[in-house]
Ligand binder design. Structure first.
Ligand SMILES: N[C@@H](CCC(=O)N[C@@H](CS)C(=O)NCC(=O)O)C(=O)O
Length: 327
């Protein structure tokens, strides 16, 4: 694994950045323009690059699926296993695709196409503008918001994940769950010292307990309506028992052990469109086979196979999904 420096791929760059006490430090993303502000929303103009394995990319895929934006925004899917050349395209692997825009072998070629002098990590998701021929944005939270708000006129389902009256709460929730939960599992898994790991798992399980309590009498994180905050929480919970519990040593509890988080997770999996975004084979292949420093034999565990499609029994709670998501 490496990163780009002045448009060149460097594999000798430090694999994972750490602070002085061994905490994992995630690098800021660099392409931060906005569809709807800097460039106009248009159907067929933008292209998403994703890995089905990645929780950040998964947020954008879930938003696209539940709003019904498949015809408006096309997608290329990388090979789930990432070696020292970074994300690559291998359309022979099940569930992957070619690079539909450029036919590249590696995702870094797409970054170089957008900026020949690019310095930084080559991450998914990427939202590419075929008109301006550059990357608009590579920050999942922002791409999720753009798909939800800026592309609304192209949505085939009437679903608003950032509803008026809830916006401050949604922003607060997305921020609040980021450090202990979404990034928390990485802080645990990529910790370089016992203290950094201990702090990360303390924060993670304290936050999970808090949201488990909240969801006892509340259908969704912001209350009775489904929002972007649920999408942001969902993609971490989905990977938890199969990957983070074992591979990242987040093993005080599994999601199936929680009274409310577990049925909440099942409900989200069963929303129309979401099943098509679930690719646990890619998730497991990616984590267990890409991180040789954590799993040197690169063996992929066969369990525990939670049943995400078992009934969830949350219809008694107030609220529920928008009409267009009720089947
Ligand atoms: N802040 C970014 C993080 C994206 C990210 O870290 N993606 C991972 C995959 S899960 C990646 O592509 N990593 C490659 C690397 O860091 O070199 C976002 O939320 O979009």
């Amino acid at each position: 694994m490496g990163r780009m420096v002045d448009g060149e791929w460097r594999t000798e760059e430090e694999m994972i950045a750490h602070g002085e006490s061994g905490e994992f430090e995630r690098e800021e993303t660099t392409f931060r323009d906005w569809v709807g502000e800097d460039v106009p929303a248009e159907s067929g103009r933008y292209h998403l690059y994703v890995s089905y394995a990645c929780p950040w990319a998964h947020r954008t895929l879930v938003t696209r699926a539940i709003k019904g934006l498949e015809d408006a925004v096309s997608v290329s899917v990388v090979d789930p296993v990432r070696f020292d050349q970074g994300w690559e395209f291998d359309p022979d692997k099940p569930g992957t695709s070619p690079d539909h825009l450029f036919g590249s072998d590696y995702l870094r070629e797409v970054y170089a196409h957008a900026d020949a002098e690019y310095t930084g990590r080559v991450t998914v998701p990427v939202l590419y503008d075929t008109e301006e021929d550059t990357i608009v944005n590579n920050e999942s939270e922002e791409i999720m918001r753009m798909l939800d708000v800026a592309f609304n006129e192209y949505a085939t389902r009437d679903v608003d994940l950032y509803p008026e009256g809830y916006q401050d709460e949604v922003d607060r929730l997305i921020e609040d769950i980021y450090d202990p939960i979404n990034n928390g599992v990485y802080r645990a898994g990529f910790a370089d010292s016992q203290r950094a790991y201990d702090n990360a798992v303390d924060d993670l399980f304290e936050a999970l307990a808090h949201y488990d309590d909240l969801l006892a009498d509340q259908r969704y994180l912001a209350g009775d309506v489904l929002t972007e905050a649920d999408v942001a929480m969902f993609t971490t919970l989905y990977r938890f028992d199969e990957v983070y519990h074992t591979h990242f040593k987040c093993n005080r509890k599994r999601i199936v052990d929680y009274d409310n988080l577990w049925p909440y997770l099942r409900e989200l999996c069963q929303l129309p469109g979401v099943a098509d975004t679930l690719h646990m084979d890619h998730v497991k292949q990616h984590y267990y086979r890409s991180h040789g420093h954590l799993n040197p034999k690169r063996l992929v565990p066969t369990g525990p196979n939670p049943d995400f499609f078992a009934p969830y029994d949350r219809d008694e709670l107030p609220g529920g999904p928008p009409a267009d998501l009720q089947e």
